[in-house]
Design a protein around this ligand. Structure first.
Ligand code: UDP
Ligand code: MG
Length: 341
């Protein structure tokens, strides 16, 4: 194994209008970093990277202030709000230039930071991706719990590989991120893409807490959008299902035609408005639904062909690349230290 015993860890935290939460989560993340450094699990040049996702409140001012006071705290700011998945990707792509491992986590304290210790241990055991998996969903509403669980089942039945009850709390090594940077899709559903990269993976279980402050930015509308992105970016089963449905209905129609002919020639035809209306409405409905699903994929293909940038970083709390030690420098430092011992 060629892993360093002191990997440089960057914790990547997307933040959108989180001014109420940051004063609580910054010390929380910092404590984990300090403890892990003291335990010799990670390098002392590890960092916390906050990604400001175009917040309209004082989130960026807060991040800049924390970064100015503590060299282990860093921030990048996106040029506008791009949504959780893009903000997270921006953070990971930035972090991979400087670190050996990243852990992505939400800003609101819902994910238990204690799981990070175990994640790093798993990395040392040889796993390149470690998924944080919720052991329970007690803090969720009944609605969110049931819809989320049925959603995982639907994804699985369509052949998409997603880790059950895992959101975006995970450790990913730079090695995986380097490969992952070749995944250029615009419709991002990160939790479904990492399993596609491969490499040894492990799970770490934790229980999810309530938000420390502020409110969720995932209303039903955004949740549904993410759910559709998940299905359409991982599977073409819905289009296949439409084909099968089309074949089935075509077969039924063919039988109907035969039935109509027989009725006509046996002289039992009656003028049936209701049955005609039902058939027309039913077929009309199915056709529109089918067109909608196909349109969804064509729309996504259209967006993918444009290859627009998925995020634009407008500000960093550090001036130039030299302000962050490179991985090689950190390595030499530790090799030196190990030799001195
Ligand atoms: N977030 C983001 N951009 C957005 C919406 C959310 O970066 O457009 C961040 C948010 O600050 C938080 C994480 O994504 O750190 C998860 O969001 P939230 O807690 O609101 O979602 P929930 O946990 O309720 O699903
Ligand atoms: Mg949350």
């Amino acid at each position: 194994m060629n892993k360093t015993s002191h990997p440089v860890l960057w914790i990547v935290v997307p933040c959108y209008n989180e001014e109420e939460v940051l004063p609580k989560s910054v010390p929380m993340f910092k404590e984990v970093l300090t403890n892990m450094t003291a335990q010799g699990k990670i390098s002392d040049s590890s960092s916390i990277l906050f990604v400001n996702d175009g917040s309209s409140d004082t989130t960026w001012e807060l991040i800049s202030r924390y970064a100015a006071a503590d060299p282990q705290i860093r921030g990048i700011s996106l040029s506008r709000n791009r949504g959780h998945q893009n903000a997270l990707l921006a953070g990971l792509m930035e972090a991979k230039k400087y670190c050996d491992i990243t852990i992505s986590i939400d800003c609101d304290g819902q994910d238990d930071v204690k799981a990070m210790y175990e994640m790093v241990d798993k990395y040392q055991e040889g796993f390149e991706i470690v998924y944080g998996v919720r052991s329970d969903r007690e803090t969720d509403t009944w609605f969110k719990r049931t819809t989320a669980q049925s959603y995982y089942k639907v994804l699985h039945s369509m052949g998409a590989e997603v880790v059950y009850n895992h959101a975006d709390y995970r450790l990913v090594s730079t090695r995986v991120l380097d490969e992952f940077s070749d995944f250029q899709e615009v419709n991002l559903f990160l939790r479904g893409l990492f399993p596609l990269v491969g490499f040894p993976t492990a799970n770490v279980y934790y229980s999810r807490h309530e938000r420390m402050a502020g409110e969720s930015h995932y209303p039903l509308r955004k949740m549904l959008a993410l759910a559709f992105d998940g299905i359409t970016s991982l599977s073409i089963q819905p289009i296949r299902f439409i084909t099968i449905l089309g074949l089935f209905i075509a077969f039924l129609s063919f039988m109907g035609v035969i039935w109509a002919f027989i009725s006509y020639f046996t002289g039992t035809t009656v003028s049936g408005w209701a049955s005609m209306a039902c058939i027309i409405c039913f077929l009309g409905g199915i056709q529109l639904l089918a067109l909608g699903v196909i349109g969804e994929y064509i729309g996504k293909t259209y967006l993918e062909t444009k290859r627009r940038p998925r995020f634009i970083i407008s500000k960093r709390t550090w001036e130039k690349a030299d302000d962050v030690p490179t991985k090689a420098e950190v390595l030499t430092f530790h090799e030196q230290a190990d030799r001195d011992e």
